[in-house]
Design a protein around this ligand. Structure first.
Ligand SMILES: [Zn+2]
Length: 84
């Protein structure tokens, strides 16, 4: 029952590490620590009207803010290609 664990920063596999390990290396650990102490980052995203309407509709269906839906999609790499 091995669930593949990935580095929280670079997504490299970190299987066979201690259960509490979140990153693959010291440099990723440092980056994660820096990011977790920083405020949120604002990102401007440019979409076609069709992409926007699809996202807006999906967000409405899920009763989510469009912002939250975009963040959820962007942080799940498998879902990123849906609207490309
Ligand atoms: Zn890493």
């Amino acid at each position: 029952m091995s669930k593949i664990k990935k580095c929280a920063v670079c997504s490299k596999s970190i299987d066979n590490r201690r259960p509490q390990t979140k990153t693959c290396s010291n440099s990723c650990r440092t980056r994660l620590w820096r990011f977790s102490n920083a405020g949120p980052v604002s990102l401007k995203v440019v979409l076609s009207k069709l992409q926007y309407i699809q996202l807006k509709t999906e967000a409405n269906d899920l009763d989510m803010m469009i912002n939250a839906l975009v963040v959820a999609k962007a942080t799940q790499s498998a879902a990123c290609s849906i609207y490309s």
